[in-house]
Design a binder for this molecule. Structure first.
Ligand SMILES: C[S@@+](CC[C@H](N)C(=O)[O-])C[C@H]1O[C@@H](n2cnc3c(N)ncnc32)[C@H](O)[C@@H]1O
Length: 219
């Protein structure tokens, strides 16, 4: 793995948690959440829906403004949306969909208990976590899925095949990691998931893409 702009140590997740929250609060406050309207971001839920049974329960981890939450609700699923930041868009979604949707504010890492779901969506979240915490994060995702439950995850990658992963730290301290397909497969296999589909979606930004991975929780 190549690390650029390494900044301070990432060996302990705790100081980074607040850095991450503040970075996202600021991005939303400044209207700098370009991902919310990015067409390539809306390819993950259609991929998940190719394997998701009708009327499923889904946890949307790092739901942001709730764009995927709305897509899932429109497809007839019930959704719990979780994010570090509470966004005003949630009010309209709650009004439109009533009991089919619920929202939780906080760090997913702290939400270790509670009910299990048929599927989990992680659209642009895992790749911003501290790499030292990936295993713990995925163990928590696994815990929130029923055996055989589906995980749909979208990770940063490049349009042309990437030789090795890259970790970048932005000026606000937010980490972003670009994954190779091999790394993504190994990470998920090591966390107790069996990959069922992989797709690369090119972004409008030159040279960049998302790696969409669908995986099932082992029994
Ligand atoms: C790139 S945005 C994507 C938002 C949304 N999934 C979408 O498709 O538009 C990542 C989101 O994950 C949230 N997030 C990041 N780390 C998180 C964590 N550990 N727990 C809960 N939410 C988190 C951020 O606040 C942000 O809204």
């Amino acid at each position: 793995m190549t690390t650029t702009n390494p900044g301070t140590s990432t060996s302990t997740g705790d100081p980074y948690r607040e850095v991450l929250r503040e970075a996202f609060v600021r991005r939303y406050e400044d209207g700098a959440d370009s991902w919310s309207e990015e067409p390539a971001m809306r390819e993950l839920v259609p991929l998940l829906c190719t394997e998701l049974a009708a009327g499923s329960t889904v946890i949307d981890i790092g739901a942001g403004r709730g764009r995927d939450t709305e897509l899932l609700l429109a497809a007839g699923h019930r959704v719990t949306a979780v994010d570090l930041v509470r966004l005003p868009d949630w009010d309209g979604i709650a009004r439109r969909h009533g009991a089919a949707v619920s929202f939780e504010t906080g760090n997913f890492a702290d939400m270790t208990g509670g009910r299990t779901f048929d599927a989990a969506v992680d659209n642009g979240v895992l790749h911003h976590q501290d790499p030292a915490g990936y295993a713990r994060y995925l163990a928590n995702v696994r815990r929130r899925l029923r055996p055989g439950g589906l995980l749909a995850v979208s990770l940063f990658t490049t349009a042309e095949e990437l030789a090795e992963g890259v970790l970048n730290r932005a000026e606000d301290g937010r980490l972003s990691r670009w994954f190779t397909e091999r790394e993504a497969r190994e990470l998920l296999a090591g966390a107790g998931f069996a990959v069922t589909a992989v797709r690369t979606v090119r972004r409008e930004l030159p040279g960049l893409a998302y790696l969409l991975v669908l995986a099932r929780r082992d029994a």
